[in-house]
Design a protein around this ligand. Structure first.
Ligand code: PLP
Length: 312
């Protein structure tokens, strides 16, 4: 897209993006956004070029799923948002309870039934200096995307994963908008015909997916996922799935695992707000188990869907 847009050109570009997205990724934009106190059509939504989110990636974000027009597990997302803000010395422009009200208002105005609400807070607009500006007001932006989460083709068929080196910074527990390493990882996956990248740390162990948490299920039936630390984002879906599995009496092992172990596993899957529980059927072209979505993964997905409906 060129940077010089007339509103009509922007609208046309967004429509084109929306059509391409539906065709490729099963995602579409709803033409409404919230920017710093105002609801506006998405194609008219603007932030200033000196916004620190744009210049420095100096901001944080959250993505919460929507089912039946209601937000899923949103308290967990807002509490992670508060934590991300705190860790970066960033203040919220509004109390969390007010942000939750605005999310619901955005949802009502958008008419969205199934998809996601995206929310971003940056350190605001200031002269371009690295240090924190004094007196800048944080920027708050929200928009929605329509997406088939329940009837997702990836959930039915499973996804292919490509491994890449984890080249991110050392505070991956903060949900920062600086996502360049994940952009490169996802692009490398797509170029290899895969839907997700699993990132590998310097010790040869899987950290997580480029936009999801990684899990394997051993042949002995244990569900293995890396423990929360500064090496990964503490996934809200991960948290719920671990709790659900524990409630079912399933064995959980919170420890790092390698790709060699993943290739020997019975099943593998990812979790994220926008994909719930999604089976992984191959890694770097090698099948996991029999190369089809596994029964335990399907069961965990059903448990999570029931939880999501209950949490909305
Ligand atoms: N890990 C990374 C790097 C992510 O970007 C995401 C989601 O975007 C997740 C894990 C999953 O987190 P959640 O389940 O809260 O969506």
């Amino acid at each position: 897209m060129s940077l010089r847009h007339s509103p009509a050109a922007l609208e046309a570009a967004l429509t084109r993006v929306a059509h391409d997205k539906i065709a490729q990724d099963n995602i579409a934009h709803v033409d409404i956004a919230y920017v710093n106190g105002e609801f506006t059509p998405l194609h008219e939504a603007r932030v200033f070029v000196l916004d620190r989110g744009f210049l420095f990636g100096d901001g944080v974000y959250e993505v919460a799923a929507v089912l039946d027009g209601r937000l899923i597990d949103n308290e967990a997302h807002l509490s992670r948002l508060e934590r991300s803000l705190r860790e970066l010395g960033l203040s919220s422009p509004l109390p969390m309870a007010r942000i939750a009200e605005l999310q619901r208002e955005l949802l009502a105005r958008s008419g969205l039934r199934e998809g996601i609400v995206y929310l971003q807070i940056t350190r605001g607009v200031a002269e371009r200096e690295f240090g924190f500006p004094s007196g800048a007001t944080p920027t708050l932006v929200m928009f929605t995307q329509e997406k088939n989460i329940l009837a997702s083709p990836a959930a039915a068929a499973g996804i292919a994963v490509k491994t890449v080196a984890d080249i991110r910074w050392a505070r991956r527990d903060i949900k920062s908008v600086a996502l360049l390493a994940q952009v490169l990882a996802k692009q490398a996956a797509a170029a290899a015909g895969c839907q997700e990248a699993w990132m590998i740390d310097e010790a040869g162990m899987v950290t997580e997916g480029s936009s999801s948490t990684s899990f394997i299920i051993t042949r002995g039936g244990a569900i293995v996922t890396r423990p929360n630390s500064t090496a990964i984002l503490p996934g809200c879906t991960r948290r719920a799935v671990v709790a659900l599995a524990e409630r079912e009496g399933l064995a959980i092992e919170e420890r790092a695992f390698s790709i060699a172990e993943a290739l020997r596993a019975a099943e593998a899957f990812i979790t994220s707000a926008s994909t719930f529980v999604t089976p992984v059927v191959s890694i770097d072209g090698q099948p996991i188990g029999d190369g089809r979505p596994g029964a335990h993964t399907k069961h965990l997905r059903e448990l999570y869907i029931a939880f999501a409906r209950g949490s909305a």
